[in-house]
Design a protein around this ligand. Structure first.
Ligand code: PA5
Length: 443
């Protein structure tokens, strides 16, 4: 029982021959990844992370256990690849109503926006609470987490005293560079290293994702075991036996046919943030040199009542990739009602999941009929082991797909443009020229 891919519902839109034409490119991409001979080959540490991380798992678990023991709330500070993976896994595994009845400690996030009200409300929540901070920033200089960290560290030191606060702060950053490393060394915080050869959006299986996930009480050993299994499966050169190779090939074949938007779709609300993580992974890796499939997402059936009309009948530039979870964790049977005023007695005795599965099947058939090709990725259950598989599957496919597109999937030069303007507008020292230019442009 593993993650499986089904591309049969793309075949009305691309032929098997057209998909098979990508075989040589896929093989070349696999070779370039495995031999580190392609673009961005100094950022391939994620490829073997499921094995390489194992010696650190004990330390991560012990640190998580200490934070869990000492804290009512743990704030994970980070943005982009430094937070989305952890949030995706924690949300996928957590009770949907955890926030109303928090088991201790509660995991919350900061540094993923610059919302003043968000930060005020977080500070208010943390008032007089024993809280800990995990500050995650590879560069150690990203504005959003740096700003949130300063605010939270100040509050923690006020509430606990500087010495006790030190016990409640963990930093995950570069081994030598960046302001966060300097600060952590100076203050004597516990730290974990993000290796040079692992980019943010490929870092969820490093301490970046594993420490918050362990703090939330989930089993990181099984997450890593699942990822390791997928690492073995996706080393396979034969196209037919490598799901990541098939996914990369079929999405590129669809792109070449004008399907420029990929919607990652789930039928389980717990996977909402898995889509957010996936969007960053693919958007930042492929969207460059005026190329790249636009990654979008939807939660079904919820969004069938908002986006369903467009998907069925709007511009035909979409394809869907559905993550389908075979088995829910719990069972809810639909009851019989004497009066049957809602007309739903035909569902009596059925499980709610059966209704959901028929919605999934019905949607797939309708969308395919409407001109939307469908890739289906099925996972047996929402469990750590399969989430580890899913994460590694998407990462490997992203590397292959980026090489097929002939871009460097491991850099993100375009992210700098907004930062430069923001710093110029805020009169950051060193940005004097840019500041003059941007102000003249706006006057
Ligand atoms: O994938 C990436 O590299 C980015 O999304 C980063 O993760 C994000 O910008 C945060 O950077 P940092 O960890 O340096 O604060």
């Amino acid at each position: 029982m593993d993650i499986k891919i089904d591309i049969s519902k793309t075949l009305g839109f691309v032929s098997s021959e057209e998909i098979n034409q990508y075989k040589p490119q896929v093989e070349k991409a696999l070779e370039q990844l495995h031999n580190a001979s392609g673009k961005g080959n100094d950022f391939l540490g994620w490829l073997t992370l499921p094995s390489d991380i194992k010696p650190q798992l004990e330390d991560i678990k012990q640190t998580a256990a200490l934070l869990r023991e000492k804290c009512e709330v743990i704030v994970c500070v980070g943005i982009g690849g430094s937070y989305l993976g952890a949030k995706a896994v924690i949300d996928a595994l957590s009770n949907s109503f955890e926030w109303l009845n928090p088991s201790k400690p509660q995991i919350v996030y900061a540094g993923q926006n610059i919302g003043e009200d968000y930060l005020f409300e977080l500070q208010t929540l943390l008032k007089n609470k024993r809280f800990g901070i995990i500050c995650i920033s590879k560069s150690g200089t990203t504005t959003e987490p740096a700003l949130a960290f300063r605010l939270l560290k100040t509050q923690l030191e006020k509430q606990q005293g500087k010495e006790s606060a030190k016990e409640l702060i963990v930093c995950i950053t570069d081994k030598a560079r960046g302001a966060l490393r300097t600060l952590a060394t100076q203050e004597g915080y516990k730290t974990f290293v993000i290796e040079d050869n692992i980019g943010g959006r490929f870092s969820v299986l490093s301490p970046v994702g594993l420490l918050p996930i362990a703090c939330a009480g989930f089993d990181i050993d099984h997450l890593i075991l699942g990822a390791e299994k997928m690492m073995q499966v996706t080393r396979e050169k034969s196209f037919e036996n490598n799901p990541a190779a098939q996914y990369a090939a079929v999405r590129n074949a669809l792109y070449a046919k004008g399907k420029k938007v990929e919607m990652l779709v789930n039928f389980n609300p717990k996977l909402h943030f898995m889509s957010e993580w996936w969007k960053q992974l693919y958007g930042e890796s492929e969207g460059k040199e005026n190329k790249g499939i636009f990654p979008a997402s939807a939660d079904f059936t919820t969004d069938l009542h908002s986006m369903g009309q467009y998907i069925q009948e709007g511009e035909r530039h979409l394809f869907e990739t559905v993550i389908s979870v075979d088995q829910p964790k719990h069972e809810v049977d639909f009851p019989y009602d004497e009066n049957n005023l809602d007309g739903l007695n035909f569902l009596a005795g059925k499980r709610v999941d059966e209704v959901n599965k028929m919605a999934e099947l019905g949607t797939m058939l309708a969308h395919v009929d409407g001109g939307v090709p469908n890739i289906r990725i099925s996972m047996p259950q929402l469990q750590e082991y399969y989430l580890g598989q899913l994460i590694y599957f998407f990462e490997k496919a992203c590397g292959i797909s980026g090489y097929i597109l002939d871009v460097n999937p491991f850099n993100q030069p375009g992210v700098e443009a907004y930062k430069k303007n923001m710093f110029a507008l805020l009169d950051k020292p060193g940005y004097e020229e840019a500041s003059k230019a941007i102000k003249a442009r706006l006057s």
